[in-house]
Design a protein around this ligand. Structure first.
Ligand code: NAP
Length: 270
């Protein structure tokens, strides 16, 4: 029997690529996004159910999950992918920036998960794949809020295993490194340093280093790893992906906190 996957944030980047790949692999795909009326690529593929879902809107989550289950009979795999980033000095972040970062990357992920769980519990089967980041395992400067949300996703996911594994539901974390998607463009909120001069020089130095960061254009790698996580049948929890991810995570493991911090300061030139 065909399996069914629900993906959040499928309007671009990893989400769209993942929808395309699972469709190619003959899965039922529920591709959810904030503005399905604007979608042109996935809507051209027959058999993909495009639904409106804003992870910050509970009614839209409930409706999309209901429509998806009505259409395909259940949800086998949930991919919590929707997310955005923030860059700047924490002191310069407005309450709005702080809340928005958590509303999407963390509380939104929880709401979608809670909406899908009753169906998975009833069937005593299911897999939840949370798209975290290499930034859920280690930190860069001036990215405090983003890291806080991704570290939270890592802790939440790891701990949920204890209560869900006995019910036949499994969890995975996909941890991409740097990829050239809309994430570094329209999905990034820059609040900079406001007028706080103390942060300006290191922030500018960090931003200059970030410009040089070799972002991979091969975003299908991430979809491939999500497919592997969805189908390998193992209890493996973490899937780093990307030319830089495994290397950075290994480096972090090999250094103590002080060494890692010193190394990051040198590497970023701040
Ligand atoms: P992307 O192309 O910008 O995709 C982000 C997606 O999230 C878009 O579809 C966006 O929808 C959606 N989204 C934002 N707010 C939403 C909301 N309130 N409700 C529903 N969807 C919402 O970037 P991406 O790189 O594919 O990012 C996907 C995930 O990968 C994110 O969780 C990100 O943190 C993570 N990640 C990315 C990188 C990277 O280097 N690219 C590295 C590590 C982790 P709209 O089109 O409506 O804005």
């Amino acid at each position: 029997m065909k399996k069914t996957i629900l993906i959040t944030g499928a309007s671009s980047g990893f989400g769209r690529e993942t929808a395309r790949l699972f469709h190619e692999k003959d899965w039922n795909v529920i591709a959810t996004m904030r503005s399905p009326e604007k979608e042109t690529e996935l809507s051209a593929l027959s058999g993909i159910l495009l639904l409106k879902l804003d992870v910050t809107n509970k009614d839209s989550i409930a409706l999309a999950v209901k429509q998806g289950i009505e259409k395909f009979g259940g949800i086998d795999v949930l991919v919590n992918n929707a997310g955005h980033g923030t860059l700047g000095a924490l002191e310069a972040a407005s309450e709005e920036h702080i809340k928005a970062q958590f509303e999407v990357n963390f509380f939104g992920l929880i709401e979608v998960t809670k909406a899908v769980l009753p169906n998975m519990r009833e069937r005593r089967s299911g897999l939840i794949i949370n798209v975290s980041s290499v930034g859920g395992r280690l930190t860069f400067p001036f990215s405090t809020l983003y890291h806080a949300t991704k570290f939270a996703v890592e802790g939440l996911t790891e701990s949920m295993q204890y209560e869900l594994n006995p019910l036949g539901i499994h969890l995975k974390l996909v941890e991409p490194g740097g990829y050239k998607t809309a994430f570094t463009g329209r999905s990034m909120n820059y609040f900079g340093t406001s007028d706080l001069k103390d942060y300006q020089v290191p922030f500018e130095r960090f931003m200059a280093k970030l410009e040089e960061w070799p972002l991979s254009e091969n975003i299908s790698e991430v979809a491939d790893v999500i497919f592997e996580a969805a189908t390998d049948g193992t209890e493996k929890l973490r899937y780093p992906v990307g030319h830089d991810a495994a290397q950075m995570i290994e480096m972090r493991k090999g250094l103590d906190d002080i060494e890692f911090k010193r190394n990051m300061v040198i590497q970023t030139g701040i």
